[in-house]
Design a protein around this ligand. Structure first.
Ligand code: NAD
Length: 502
């Protein structure tokens, strides 16, 4: 941690107030292109975290009864404020996370779409009614909020992923504790400020900061009813096990190894452009990044062109115009990615394009690694087994679409995949046979819009219901089923009936 009192501190949000933490444990928030310390983030004390949960519990008493229209209008205002502050939000995001400014705007925009969806909550949180299920008896359901819910978010989408969580939880009548990534909490805090400005009442949204202790407190706290997590498979598995052992609902979206299949009949230029963008954009730090390409048959001859395209991508700080690939998040991430590239070469893959130590002279201290391509990759290699989370693409080969599908289905992860082809029959075979939760047909990063839900599968997800969209309305509510009968005034009391009838 840097010792300087002139550096701004990131605040906690407890009961509607942005407060300075009393902790003695602070972490630097660092610009990954320059190593400049932008702020210091506290690891909140147990007392502060308990105060946040207590505020959320108290606020729930009135928020759960707040009319649908009143809740919706806050999110209508909120989406307007996010739009008005888009440039500022993107600039904060780029400074602390590293991605390019257009990509940072995309990060905010994908979250904004969830806020817009939350503003339509009156159409989403609807029950059902069946008339005359027995003589004079009706049954109906209501979707009631759970209480205090919590969200734990990763570094790679510090705007979009917090916005996947608290708008839908709050719009459905819950109160919320958010624990952002300690690596880039500043844009998340700006979004929290705008949420308060939009009219979210005190205690309804609270933000705490920290690492494992904060996450463990969330998983253990008896007053927290549901936990949403997005991050690595290792931490997500811990969160899922601990939260569910404590009787909470949990949904954990985790790591990935996303494959694309390229058939020789695909649109060549469009496919190669899509592959390069999806593998190296955001420096490969997307959970839906394409990290493996399987070239089928004649498409194997496209490799030199793919390498040439990757070579033309510009590695530079995210604030610089025309940058394609910004820095990775931290020095530790740079070491890990560089180490995995070295290991790939040691294990026998062919290093077709080595992105280590790129020339970024104006930003000599940045955590830069450029587009890297391996061919001849086999499933036992570390670069294939591990999620590199950097701009590293593994190229593999298959003789047929069937073989390529078998390879993907044998990989434990199930986040996203894509097929590039002009054949409808091949596309239909692919979407039927592939065992992956999010499938793109000539779409490299098939993240669903908020009218649907994020539907990663297998080792990329724990819990049944995904974030945002229809599924998350189920996740953040308890269905109550009411069976109801009304007696006429002049109806005579019958005899006691001990059989189970209505
Ligand atoms: P991470 O798991 O290191 O951190 C996620 C959160 O967990 C952070 O808030 C962090 O503070 C907390 N945390 C870290 N270590 C912890 C520990 N030991 N105990 C308890 N909590 C801990 O993930 P990251 O590096 O921030 O993000 C990258 C990962 O997130 C990648 O694996 C990526 O695939 C995944 N991700 C998945 C999705 C998805 O939707 N499937 C989306 C984005 C990112």
């Amino acid at each position: 941690m840097t010792d300087s009192s002139s550096i701004p501190t990131v605040k906690l949000l407890i009961n509607g107030e942005f407060v300075e933490s009393q902790t003695t444990e602070w972490r630097d928030v660092i610009n990954p292109a320059t190593q400049e310390v932008l702020a210091q983030v506290p690891f909140a004390t147990e007392q502060e975290m308990n105060a946040a949960v207590a505020a959320a519990k108290e606020a729930f008493k009135t928020w759960r009864k707040t009319p649908i229209g009143a809740r919706a209008r806050i999110f209508l205002k909120y989406q307007q404020l996010i739009r008005e502050n888009m440039k500022e939000l993107a600039a904060i995001l780029t400074a602390e996370q590293g991605k390019t400014l257009p990509d940072a705007e995309g990060d905010v925009f994908r979250g904004l779409e969830v806020v817009e969806h939350a503003a339509g909550i009156g159409n989403l949180q609807l029950g059902e009614l069946a008339n005359n299920v027995a003589n004079g008896v009706d049954t109906y359901t209501v979707l009631q909020p759970l209480g205090v819910c919590a969200g734990i978010t990763p570094f790679n989408f510090p705007a979009m992923i917090p916005l996947w969580m608290f708008p839908m939880a709050i719009a459905t009548g819950n109160t919320f504790i958010l624990k952002p990534s300690e690596q880039d909490p500043m844009v998340t805090m700006r979004l929290a400020e705008l949420a308060i400005e939009a009219g979210i009442p005190k205690g309804v949204l609270n933000v705490i900061h920290g690492g494992a202790d904060a996450v463990n407190l969330i998983c253990d706290h008896p007053d927290i009813k549901a936990v949403s997590f997005v991050g690595s498979t290792k931490v997500g598995t811990l969160v899922y096990n601990r939260a569910t052992a404590n009787g909470k609902r949990a949904q954990c979206m985790m790591g990935a190894k996303n494959h694309a299949i390229v058939l020789p009949d695909a649109h060549r230029q469009q496919t190669l452009n899509n592959l390069a963008g999806a593998a190296f954009g955001a420096a490969g730090q997307r959970c839906m990044a394409l990290s493996v390409v399987v070239l089928v048959g004649e498409a194997q001859t496209w490799l030199p062109e793919l390498i040439e395209k990757a070579r033309t991508l510009k590695v530079n700080a995210g604030v610089e115009p025309n940058t394609d690939v910004g820095p990775v998040i931290s020095c530790a991430a740079l070491d890990r990615v560089s180490g995995l590239i070295a290991r790939g070469a040691e294990e026998g893959a062919t290093l077709e394009l080595d992105g280590r130590n790129p020339d970024v002279s104006a930003y000599g201290k940045g955590n830069f690694v450029g587009p890297t391509i391996f061919s001849g990759v086999t499933p036992e290699m570390a670069i294939y087994r591990e999620e590199v989370f950097g701009p590293v693409l593994c190229v593999m080969q298959a003789d047929s679409l069937k073989d390529a599908v078998e390879l993907i289905n044998a990989n434990p992860n199930g986040n996203g995949t894509a097929l590039f082809t002009r054949s409808g029959a091949a596309a239909r075979y692919f979407q039927e046979e592939i065992d992956i939760g999010q499938v793109g047909i000539n779409v490299p990063i098939p993240v669903p819009v908020p009218t649907f839900s994020f539907t990663g599968s297998r080792a990329s997800k724990l819990g049944d219901l995904g974030p945002y969209g229809k599924q998350v309305v189920q996740f953040y509510t308890q269905t109550k089923t009411i069976t109801e009968r009304w007696f006429d005034e002049d109806e005579v009391a019958g005899s006691v009936n001990t059989t189970i009838t209505l």
